[in-house]
Each structure stands twice: as C-alpha cells, then as structure tokens.
Write a protein that binds this ligand. Structure first.
Ligand SMILES: Cc1ncc(COP(=O)(O)O)c(C=O)c1O
Length: 191
C-alpha cells in the first residue's frame, strides 16, 4: 500500500513533490532507514554532542561509527568546527538536530549553507522540533540535493501515539533510502 492520501497531503503542506517524500512509523524508523542505507557496517555518521541519543544507538546497532562534534561552551553549533571534522573524518552522513534535543540550540542558516556547499555526502536535518523555532530549512531543499529533512507528528502536533514521521529530499535520494525501509509499516488508521 502506498499511502497516497497522506503523501498528497504532505506534498501540499510542504510544497514538495510526493515522490520526494517518505513516510514512516515515526521519524525513528526513517532515521534507522537513512543510517542503514548510508553508513551501515563500517560507515561513519557525524553529529554534534550532546544530541538525540537515538543517533548513537542506531549507529551501534548498524555497525556505523559515530563521530561526535561538541557544541561550543555556550551550547551553540560551531559550524566551522563541524566542517573541519567533516573534512578530517569523511563521514557518509551528517545529522544536525535543529533545534537540537536536548539543548534547544539552533544552527545559523549560513553555517548550514557552508556545510552543504563543502560536503557532498548526505546531510539530514532532524526537524522534530522545528515548529518551536523560527522556522524550517525547507527552502534549502530547492538548491541542495544532498539535504534531507526529517519531521514528525509526535511533538508540536502531540500525536506521538499515531507514529507518523516523514522525510523530505531529492526524489532519487529518497528512493534509495526507501529501499532500506520495510514496506507497509504505516497502518491505515494512522494514515
Ligand atoms: C530529535 C528527535 N528526533 C526524532 C524523534 C523521534 O520521534 P518519533 O519517532 O516519535 O517521530 C525524537 C523523539 O523524541 C526526537 O527528539
């Protein structure tokens, strides 16, 4: 079953084509599929620390190495340090939680743009809490085909129990990640 009505609704909500959308049983499932497709067994995932602990747990489970770049002394993203660590460690996936769980830190748009300009691997911005911030990086999708945005109905919508998350990105990239996700994991009632 392709959840056509849900995909069409999300396409209308986001202004992004339905073939560049992947829905999952919570955004957790889409994180799992993204790490499985991009870094499992011997790959590297770079993120900041502290951040959402599931990134580390999934890396351990899937045989990927997690590279943790510290936030600065004021708990802000240091995008220059992130870029240097990307160049040094050559990860296949960079995960930026924005706003960051658990610190609420927000990455500066020009900092994220500089990361996306330099780095040709996949950058996933976890926007689980974007509704509580000044906005989303949705506009960046139009010019960066290595960017993925991850969103959920669990936080601002208070619908964690229905287990619906979604991933936005270039259709070819999202198509590859969908191969690492089991089919039919969303049930009809949630859709
Ligand atoms: C930053 C972040 N991303 C993703 C998730 C996963 O949420 P869900 O699987 O309910 O969509 C959470 C939940 O706590 C979170 O804090």
């Amino acid at each position: 079953m392709r959840p056509a009505a849900l995909l069409d609704g999300l396409a209308a909500l986001t202004g992004w084509p339905a073939d560049g959308l992947l829905v999952g049983n919570g955004s957790n499932e889409l994180l799992h599929a993204t790490i499985l497709a991009s870094a499992a067994v011997g790959g590297r995932v770079l993120t900041v620390q502290p951040s959402f602990p599931l990134y580390d747990r999934l890396c351990r489970l899937l045989g990927a190495e997690l590279v943790g770049v510290p936030l600065d002394a004021r708990l802000a993203f240091d995008s220059d340090l992130i870029r240097r660590e990307i160049a040094r460690t050559e990860p296949s996936l960079v995960v930026i939680c924005n706003p960051n769980n658990p610190t609420g830190s927000v990455i500066a748009p020009d900092g994220l743009e500089a990361i996306l300009d330099d780095y040709k691997g996949i950058v996933l911005v976890d926007e689980a809490y974007y509704e509580f911030s000044d906005g989303s990086f949705r506009a960046f999708l139009d010019r960066h085909d290595n960017l993925l945005l991850l969103r959920t109905f669990s936080k601002a919508m208070s619908l964690a129990g229905i287990r619906v998350g979604y991933l936005l990105g270039a259709p070819t990239l999202v198509g590859e990640i969908s191969k690492a996700k089991l089919p039919f994991t969303l049930n009809l009632l949630s859709c």
